[in-house]
Design a protein around this ligand. Structure first.
Ligand code: SAH
Length: 467
C-alpha cells in the first residue's frame, strides 16, 4: 500500500485553496461540501469557482499569499497556474507542518485526491496511486452505475438507529447479524422504494424483537468453502457471500492472497497450512478448532483449495461438526482437475480422444502408491493425478511397467489458473526429465492421455487475451 486511506473531518476547520481556475474550483467544491471554513486566495474567480462561491459560504481573498493565510489550516491546496505561487504554497505549508497538495505535481503532494462516488453519508473513494487514472475512472463509472442513489438514504437511516441498536443488542455477533438482516432485507427494500414510514415501522419492530430475544450468544456456524484452484474469478457467488460474512477464517497454503483479500477485512485469520512433510496443524485439531469457534457463536469460514470434497478432507471435517451438532454448509468449488485442464487448453474428454477421465491421488501412503494400474491404463481414458509431483517418477514407471505406451502424451500443470501458470508437456517417457529440468514445484497436477495433444490448438490462457 503506498498511501494511507482516511476520511478527514474538516467541518468548521480552516482550509485554503490557492488559485482561481477549474482545478481550484474542484478542490473548493469538495472542501465546502465537507463543511470546511474555506478561503480561496486568487486575484479572480473563473465561472466554475464562482458557482461554488454562490452555493457555499466561502471567503474570497485577493492579494499576496502570506504565512498567515496558511497557518492554522488543517489542509492546503495549491491549484494556481503560476508554478512559482504553487511552490510558495508548498513551502509555507511544509514549514508549518500542514498537509499540502499541489495540483498535477506529485512531488509536492503529501496526499493525493481519490476519485469519489458520493452517496453521502456513504462515500466511496478510489485511487490507483496515480499509476492508472484510466482504471480509476472506469471503476468509478462502474460504482456509479451499480450503487443505487438510495444507498445514501440507507446509510443515513442506519446511522440514525445506531445508538438504539447498540443499546438494545449488546452481544456483538448478534448485533452484526441484526444489521445484516436490516441491510439485505425488507427494511432496505422499503427505503429504496421511498417508503420511509414502512421502513421505520419495520425497523422498530425488528429492534423490539431483538431486545426480547435477549443477549445469549448467537448460534455459530461453519462454512466449508471450496475456492477453486487459485484464480479468484472462479469463486462461486455463494462462496463470496459467505466469505463476506465470516467472523473468523481458517485457511491453508493452497489459498492465495487474491482469494484471502476477498474475505471480510476484520475477520480473524488463522493459518492451518499443511506443507507436505510438516503437518503444522493436525486434522483433528482443525476439526476441534472449527467446533470450538462455532460454539463461541462465530461464523467460521474454512477455506479449501479446489473443491472441499475432492481430496480436501472435507468429509472428515464436517463429520466432527455433525457429531457435535454444529450447523454447517458446504460450498463446492472448481476442482483442480477442471480448472487446470481448462486453463491449460486440455479438454478432459473429447469425442476423438477420451470417453471419460479418472481422478486419483499420487500421494504415497507408507511408501506405496497403491494405484490400480489396470484400471488406469485403459484406452480412450484420461488420467488426472493430484498430489503426484513428488512421486512423478514412480508414477510414470508404474504406467510403463504395466504396459502403457511410452509415447502416451502427458502434461504437468504448475500453479494452474494462477498468474505464473506453467504447463510442461511430453510423453510418459519424457515427462519426468522435462518437469525436473523446468524445476516444476507444487501445487502441480498431472494429466495423462492423448487429450494433451489438443493443447497446442486450444491453450487460450497463455495467449494473452485474458491478461
Ligand atoms: N481439494 C483440492 C485438492 C487438494 S489436494 C481440489 O479439489 O482441487 C492438493 C493437490 O491439488 C495438489 O497437490 C495439486 O495436485 C492439486 N492442485 C490444487 N490446486 C492446484 C493448482 N492451482 N495447480 C495445480 N495443481 C493444483
Amino acid at each position: 500500500m503506498d498511501h494511507l486511506p482516511i476520511f478527514l473531518d474538516v467541518r468548521g476547520q480552516r482550509a485554503l485553496v490557492v488559485g482561481g481556475g477549474t482545478l481550484a474550483a474542484r478542490k473548493a467544491d469538495l472542501l465546502a461540501r465537507a463543511g470546511a471554513d474555506l478561503t480561496v486566495l486568487a486575484p479572480d474567480m473563473n465561472d466554475d469557482l464562482a458557482r461554488v462561491a454562490a452555493e457555499f459560504e466561502i471567503n474570497h481573498k485577493q492579494g499576496d499569499l502570506s504565512a498567515d493565510d496558511v497557518n492554522g489550516c488543517v489542509i492546503v491546496f495549491g491549484a494556481s497556474n503560476d508554478h512559482a505561487i504553487n511552490l510558495k504554497v508548498h513551502e509555507l505549508a511544509t514549514a508549518a507542518g500542514i498537509l499540502v497538495n499541489i495540483s498535477d505535481t506529485t512531488d509536492l503532494c503529501d496526499f493525493i485526491m481519490p476519485a469519489i462516488v458520493d452517496r453521502s453519508p456513504l462515500l466511496i473513494s478510489i485511487s490507483s496511486g496515480g499509476a492508472t487514472p484510466l482504471l480509476t475512472r472506469m471503476l468509478k463509472a462502474r460504482f456509479e452505475t451499480t450503487i443505487p442513489a438510495a444507498y445514501g438514504r440507507l446509510a443515513e437511516f442506519a446511522g440514525s438507529y445506531r445508538d438504539r441498536v447498540k443499546e438494545a443488542i449488546t452481544n456483538m455477533a448478534r448485533r452484526r447479524r441484526f444489521w445484516e438482516t436490516m441491510i439485505a432485507g425488507p427494511v432496505a427494500e422499503h427505503l429504496f422504494s421511498g417508503q420511509e414510514d414502512e421502513a421505520t415501522a419495520l425497523m422498530d419492530k425488528l429492534l423490539k424483537d431483538a431486545a426480547v430475544e435477549g443477549d445469549e450468544a448467537a448460534d455459530g456456524e461453519v462454512y466449508l468453502v471450496g475456492t477453486g484452484p487459485g484464480d479468484p474469478d472462479l469463486l462461486t457467488f455463494r462462496a463470496l457471500r459467505l466469505m463476506q460474512q465470516a467472523d473468523v477464517v481458517l485457511y491453508d497454503r493452497l489459498i492465495g492472497d487474491g482469494i484471502l483479500n476477498l474475505v471480510r477485512r476484520d475477520a480473524d485469520r488463522i493459518y492451518v497450512g499443511k506443507m507436505k512433510e510438516d503437518h503444522s496443524v493436525p486434522q483433528e485439531e482443525i476439526s476441534e478448532m472449527l467446533t470450538r469457534l462455532a460454539r463461541e457463536g462465530k461464523r467460521v469460514l474454512r477455506l479449501k483449495g479446489g473443491d472441499p470434497f475432492v481430496f480436501g478432507r472435507g468429509g472428515e471435517e464436517i463429520a466432527t461438526l455433525a457429531d457435535n451438532g454444529i450447523n454447517f454448509q458446504v460450498i463446492p468449488g472448481v476442482t483442480a482437475a477442471n480448472g487446470c485442464a481448462t486453463y491449460a487448453g486440455i479438454p478432459l474428454t473429447h469425442r476423438d480422444h477420451a470417453q471419460g477421465y479418472i481422478v486419483v491421488t499420487g500421494h504415497e501412503k507408507d511408501g506405496e502408491l497403491g494405484l490400480d494400474w489396470k484400471n488406469l491404463i485403459q484406452p480412450r481414458q484420461t488420467v488426472v493425478i493430484y498430489m503426484g509431483l513428488t512421486s512423478l517418477g514412480t508414477i510414470t514407471d508404474g504406467f510403463l511397467s504395466h504396459g502403457a505406451d511410452p509415447e502416451t502424451p502427458a502434461a504437468v500443470i504448475e500453479n494452474g489458473t494462477r498468474v505464473g501458470q506453467r504447463v510442461i508437456t511430453g510423453t510418459l517417457r519424457s515427462l519426468l526429465g522435462k518437469a525436473t529440468e523446468a524445476e516444476i514445484k507444487s501445487p502441480a497436477l498431472i494429466i495423462i492421455g492423448s487429450v494433451v495433444t489438443l493443447r497446442d490448438k486450444l491453450a487460450w490462457f497463455e495467449r494473452g487475451d485474458n491478461a
